[in-house]
Design a protein around this ligand. Structure first.
Ligand code: AMP
Ligand code: GLY
Length: 440
């Protein structure tokens, strides 16, 4: 069994680790944009290539002749790497370009839900060149509580929220026009108030199997302050729900992934095969959709995949062959806390890039997944500019998992930092309190 893993960073390391644990002992051949020592240790070969350079990726795939490919990041999925691999006879765990629009186009996602009567969206409007004069009026109608979304992938930087990034109706109009000029369309929607969480599912057509729910922390600094990042850390609970969600909330999110998978198959007339990642928000009105992604999240994959007890290769084959079923997927009833180690200079600059760091050894209840790290000729680890390593603690409770992750983070030596507050009871209590206020 040969698997071509096109991926990068810590999410790629977590996927490689889950594939490598399969009793089928697959041979992993990785294609990465920059050498990753974590993936390299699990792969028989690591090719370095720009994942958007399809000619090079396809040439590697032809040479390798894998049984299947796993395409992990959003850009190559959105640009159609799955379709290109399929043309040379290789199936992927990742949706085709048309289906991946659920992530690559915010307007496609909102309109899909609307057209299929899936009631989980805030008020929204898609605006293009022909009706830019509606922008001002719509922002007024939303009484200044708006979110403006670039209608294509933009590395997590396309969404601007009133009160955070934009501070007046005029600033909103200017950003909306900038989006239209750059990508032809903009989505403007009502700003929702509540607590966000992620629910990812394995999907093969209408077969949907859910993973444990996870909560991410996007802000750079303690107490959810500072700029947004790719995600500074995450936690999940042993019951696979989250402390601020009711059973009804979790069921609603699960139902939305199910309904959306079905709507995608109907709309595109072909099955979605891959990971469907629902970014939800628990609000006064119940569970609403913030966005869908068509891939594993980073850090979410770092919490979820170490808990997978069943054979990940079987799950991948089930997705590809439309033979996925609930009984193929089992997760340990454990809680996890992931804290990302980053350079001290992150996210403002890449000032610490090239400086060395030392990582501690892990026991059975922890994982360290390597992100933007390289290895020097003498084998020492060097920082890149972005998130360095996701350190995951696994325990019977969030508190136990947090203390494992925290003590390992403290043992990392080098010019690095991490958020000590992620997964602590104080921060979780804040979410529970906010949810209680929101529900009133
Ligand atoms: P997205 O790329 O769509 O996940 O948006 C990035 C972030 O913007 C989300 O994680 C939310 O914090 C925020 N956001 C997006 N849409 C909304 C919305 N309708 N209401 C409030 N916040 C939102
Ligand atoms: N955790 C956010 C993302 O992967 O998009």
């Amino acid at each position: 069994m040969k698997i071509l893993l096109t991926s990068l960073a810590a999410r790629g390391h977590a996927i490689a680790d889950a594939l490598a644990r399969s009793p089928q002992k697959p041979e992993i051949i990785s294609v990465v944009p920059a050498k990753n020592p974590g993936i390299a240790a699990l792969a028989s070969k690591q090719f370095v290539a720009d994942l958007m350079d399809f000619d090079t990726v396809l040439a590697i795939a032809k040479k390798v002749q894998p049984d299947f490919a796993f395409v992990a990041p959003d850009d190559p999925i959105g640009a159609g790497l799955t379709d290109a691999l399929e043309e040379i006879g290789i199936q992927s765990v990742a949706p085709r370009k048309k289906l991946a629009q659920i992530e690559s186009s915010k307007s496609f996602a909102r309109e899909l839900l609307h057209n299929h009567h899936i009631d989980a969206s805030p008020m929204f409007r898609c605006i293009s060149k022909s009706n830019t004069s509606d922008i001002h009026e719509y922002l007024d109608e939303l009484e200044g509580n708006y979110v403006i979304k670039y209608d294509a992938l933009k590395g997590g930087k396309g969404v601007k929220v009133s009160g955070e990034h934009l501070h007046s109706i005029d600033e909103g109009v200017a950003y909306a026009i900038e989006c239209i000029e750059e990508c032809g369309r903009v989505v403007i929607e009502e700003k929702l108030i509540g607590v966000e969480f992620s629910l990812l599912s394995f999907v093969s057509g209408e077969q949907v199997v859910d993973m444990p729910a996870v909560q991410d922390h996007k802000r750079a600094f303690e107490g959810d302050t500072g700029p947004n990042t790719g995600g500074m850390g995450t936690y999940s609970d042993s019951n696979h729900s989250l402390p601020f969600l009711s059973d009804t909330d979790l069921e609603a999110a699960k139902r939305l992934n199910q309904q959306t998978a079905q709507a995608l198959s109907t709309e595109c007339n072909e099955p979605f095969k891959g990971i469907l990642y629902g970014g939800f928000i628990a609000t006064k009105k119940g569970i609403q959709l913030i966005e869908y992604n068509a891939r594993f999240g980073d850090p979410e994959a770092l919490n979820i995949l170490p808990l997978l007890e069943s054979d990940f290769v079987d799950i991948c084959l089930g997705i590809i062959n439309e033979e996925l079923s609930e009984d193929m997927v089992s997760f340990a009833k454990k809680a996890t806390v992931c804290k990302y180690i980053t350079p001290e200079s992150y996210p403002e600059s890449k000032g610490n890039s090239g400086e060395s760091l030392t990582l501690p050894d892990t026991g059975p209840n922890a994982r360290i997944y390597l992100g933007d790290i390289s290895e020097s000729d003498d084998g020492s680890l060097l920082l890149g500019g972005s998130r360095t390593a996701g350190i995951v603690g696994i325990g019977d409770s969030i508190a136990e998992a947090e203390s494992i992750a925290q003590s390992l983070c403290e043992k990392v030596e080098g010019p690095v930092r991490f958020r000590t507050d992620i997964g602590t009871q104080a921060v979780i209590d804040k979410r529970i309190d906010l949810m209680q206020t929101v529900r009133i």
